[in-house]
Design a binder for this molecule. Sequence first.
Ligand code: ADP
Ligand code: MG
Length: 185
Amino acid sequence: KLSRLPFKKTLDTFDFQRINGVSKRDIEEYMNLSFIEQNQNLIFLGPPGVGKTHLAVSIALEAISKGLKTYFMTAQELVTSLETADAQGKLDKKMRGIAKPSLLIIDEMGYLNLSDNGGHYLFQVISRRYENSSIILTSNKTFSQWGEVLGDGIIATAILDRLLHHSRVFSIDGPSFRMKNKSAE
Ligand code: ADP
Ligand code: MG
């Protein structure tokens, strides 16, 4: 299936008590999916394990259940797939494919520094979708660190300018849930 979600989890299993920066009410507001209708973006920032991907997946599942075309990729996968398509002379076709879904999730921006042309591919994706469709993006890096991630501060600024124009940013903080079962509480 098109969506390629890494796992299927909903808000039912999400614990808002342990984290700061986002409330159940905040996310429920997005569950009506009007942000997609309005071509707005949603950004989850925060350290590993606080539930950024879980929240993105919850909203994606809702969008899919409403019949909205949804596509999930890590930033790394996105750049690599565009690079590969470019090398095969198929960049335009691939770009059109990535511009198409109503909702594109770009997960894990910042875990890996992207390759030399990564910023250029990402810029094209963000530009194509700007005011046409929605993005949910997750990142462990602050916006000021994107220049480093992309290896190009000017491209980073241009990407952020478009991405943030119509967006809501949640900066989440808290302990990693991946460590939860490993500590004696
Ligand atoms: P992140 O993307 O922020 O690194 P994930 O969303 O991948 O974190 O969460 C890591 C694991 O912990 C997943 O199995 C997820 O379901 C679980 N998890 C994270 N945050 C929460 C939370 N607030 N409530 C319940 N489970 C959570
Ligand atoms: Mg994640």
